[in-house]
Design a protein around this ligand. Structure first.
Ligand code: ZN
Length: 409
């Protein structure tokens, strides 16, 4: 077993804040390294689930409904890699990962519309939850009967720290987006604006820095407040990778990551036992705490040599290798309105068409089908983006997941 370089107390009720070395939940180059490691070695990193243990193994969705997202995502790290410098590429091999022996279950949640919602929040505004039992490579759920599948385990979120310049750029452009409609979430438009108050819309356009709930590793004292005030949230993917939620970044993958600061300051978390393309329920994978084994190397000057400022990767060859699917189509037309080449709308329609089919075929509620599409290793594809005015997208579901033949007879 590789050396453990980040340890999580096996009493999983112990918060990330109270670990021997705490992790962090914001991005900033001044968050101190948890430890320094040599490239050329393999290491084990232990992780909390992304919410720091806010979800329980029971049948009530109240914990999802009341989720505090301010402390999310709880990440392990940062790890300084000896010799890594800005402009290098950090080479990360994903060697192995899995749940802890102490918790052989994970969860998928649908956020309520009042708490930010998800991809289909207008169709399913209430909080909902599925607990998945993890049995080796298999997942099944008492909340979603009739399916059992092999997980495509992967980390939802990892990346190197941004430089100060890159951090400022993230804050600048995300604030500019928020400024387009600052009253979007509250719908609370002051009367003197001369604008008719609108209905609240979720989710927010973007999330600005938020000192409340911030955890910055071992940083404390006066520098804590300054860093917390400008550190970026972990929700969106950015130029360092971050929360990409790419299900194909599984075991066996080799990832090439841009280095923006001395030592790279690599962090990781949000482990997923399985996930469908799009992670549509937002809390949409099978979320779990657990371990991940990584090997690190450095390519000096790799960003310039390979002309990149984004991660790229070679996916692993470890399954699940499904061969037969049922595929649902969607186009960029919603509620009688034609959206111009909009792949998001097309994907939503493909998901809705899948749900409408699965509900009677499996005897499921809308929420059960929705949770299933977020958690199971479904394949999302963009078909055409050129056939004006409609984008086409598709959702493919492996047939062997189901305990019955769901094809039309
Ligand atoms: Zn996740």
């Amino acid at each position: 077993m590789p050396d453990v370089i980040f340890e999580i107390n096996r009493d999983l009720n112990v918060s990330m804040r109270d670990q021997v070395v705490p992790g962090h939940n914001r991005w900033h180059p001044d968050i101190p390294a948890a430890t320094t490691i040599r490239p050329g070695g393999s290491y084990r990193i232990e992780c909390k689930d992304w919410t720091d243990n806010q979800v329980k193994n029971d049948d009530s969705p109240d914990d999802i409904r009341d989720m505090d997202i301010d402390p999310c995502h709880m990440l392990s790290g940062p790890f300084a890699i000896e010799g890594a410098e800005p402009g290098d590429l950090l080479v990360v091999d994903i060697l192995n990962m899995g749940p802890f022996q102490e918790q052989s279950w994970g969860y998928t949640g649908i956020f309520s519309k009042e708490n930010g919602g998800g991809f289909l929040t207008d169709y399913s505004p209430q909080a909902s939850k599925a607990i998945w039992d993890l049995d080796g490579i298999w997942a099944s759920s008492r909340h979603i009967p009739g399916v059992r599948f092999i997980g495509n385990s992967h980390p939802g979120l990892f990346g190197c720290a941004p430089s100060h310049d890159l951090l400022s750029e993230w804050n600048r452009r995300e604030q500019a987006l928020i400024d387009l409609n600052p009253h979007r979430v509250t719908g609370d438009i002051p009367p003197h604006d001369g604008v008719v108050p609108g209905a609240p819309q979720v989710p927010a356009l973007a999330l600005p820095p938020l000192p409340q709930g911030a955890l910055l590793g071992t940083l404390s004292g006066s520098s804590f407040d300054k860093v917390a005030a400008e550190a970026c949230r972990t929700i969106p993917p950015r130029e360092h990778g971050g929360n990409v939620d790419i299900k194909d970044l599984g075991v066996g993958s080799r990832v090439y990551m841009p280095v923006y600061v001395p030592g790279a300051l690599f962090s990781i978390g949000d482990l997923h036992f399985a996930q469908g393309d799009g992670e549509i329920t937002f809390c949409g994978a099978i979320e779990m705490p657990g371990f991940i084994d990584l090997h690190f190397d450095v390519i000096k000057g790799g960003m310039d040599r390979y002309k990149t400022n984004m991660p790229f990767f070679k996916p692993g060859r470890v399954g699940p290798n499904y061969s037969e699917f049922i595929t649902f189509e969607g186009i960029s037309v919603e509620d009688g309105r034609n959206y111009y080449l909009n792949a998001t709308v097309a994907y939503r329609q493909a998901c809705l068409n899948a749900i409408n089919y699965l509900m009677p075929a499996m005897g499921w509620s809308f929420e059960q089908a929705y949770l299933f599409l977020g958690a199971a290793p479904i394949e999302g594809r963009i078909g055409g983006l050129v056939d004006i005015p409609n984008a086409a997208a598709s959702v493919s579901i492996p047939l062997s997941i189901f305990d019955r033949n769901i094809l039309p007879v």
